[in-house]
Design a binder for this molecule. Structure first.
Ligand SMILES: N[C@@H](CCC(=O)N[C@@H](CS)C(=O)NCC(=O)O)C(=O)O
Length: 207
């Protein structure tokens, strides 16, 4: 059976889990990643030399990098259903998938560690404010896009872009600090988390 390695507190793991649930795929999940299970051990490094989750295992096939995993799940288990067929729409969906991974996520680490995980070394109020300011700037980009009124991030169907953006928005709304108002993002987020496959992956326990 398909196996996914990774702790559910990881947004990158939850992307894959939501995609699998969206397609009704059966899988097993094994907790890996700190603080639950250290991936810097030979057994895990043999699967992913980056010591990071998620890792997908299908028989003797091993795959890491969450976006590659999403692409594989979509192709093999969804027959492409989680990306638009139209080339330009598909490119736009991938644009937002990559943007979430590379840009939207670039400054939420400090607030997450300071406010939720309360990790040592994350107690600098200035650094916190600075990271929140940059994150808010990224949020303004998706807010402006969603304010145009589309039901989904791209086109007329749910796609991988909705999974990635909704999980990114979940992190924003689930971490308590004084948020700049993002009404279009909030309305979109509320709609998306109504999806049955989303529910387990957007809980307060997994910001
Ligand atoms: N580019 C990678 C990033 C993966 C990543 O940063 N994973 C984090 C969790 S979100 C991780 O494994 N951290 C180490 C740990 O959990 O021990 C991907 O998209 O899969």
């Amino acid at each position: 059976m398909l196996k996914l390695l990774g702790r559910i507190t990881s947004i990158n793991v939850r992307k894959a889990l939501w995609a699998l649930d969206e397609l009704g795929v059966e899988y097993e999940r094994e907790d890996w990643g700190l603080p639950l299970r250290d991936p810097k051990v030979p057994e895990f490094l043999a699967l992913n030399p980056n010591a990071q989750v998620p890792v997908l295992i299908e028989g003797d096939f091993v795959l890491w990098e969450s976006i590659a995993i999403l692409g594989y799940i979509n192709q093999v288990y969804g027959n492409g259903a989680l990306l638009p067929r139209d080339s330009r729409e598909q490119a736009h969906a991938m644009q937002w998938v990559l943007w979430q991974n590379n840009e939207m996520s670039s400054h939420w680490g400090y607030p997450l560690r300071a406010i939720i995980r309360k990790e040592a070394g994350y107690d600098d109020a200035g650094a916190l404010a600075q990271n929140i300011a940059v994150w808010t700037g990224k949020m303004a980009i998706i807010e402006a896009h969603l304010a145009k009124g589309g039901e989904f991030v791209v086109g007329s169907d749910f796609s991988l872009a909705d999974i990635c953006i909704t999980l990114g928005l979940h992190r924003w709304f689930a971490i308590p600090f004084e948020h700049a108002p993002m009404p279009a993002s909030e309305a979109y987020y509320r709609r998306m988390i109504e999806r049955p496959a989303a529910a387990p992956w957007v809980t307060p326990a997994t910001p």
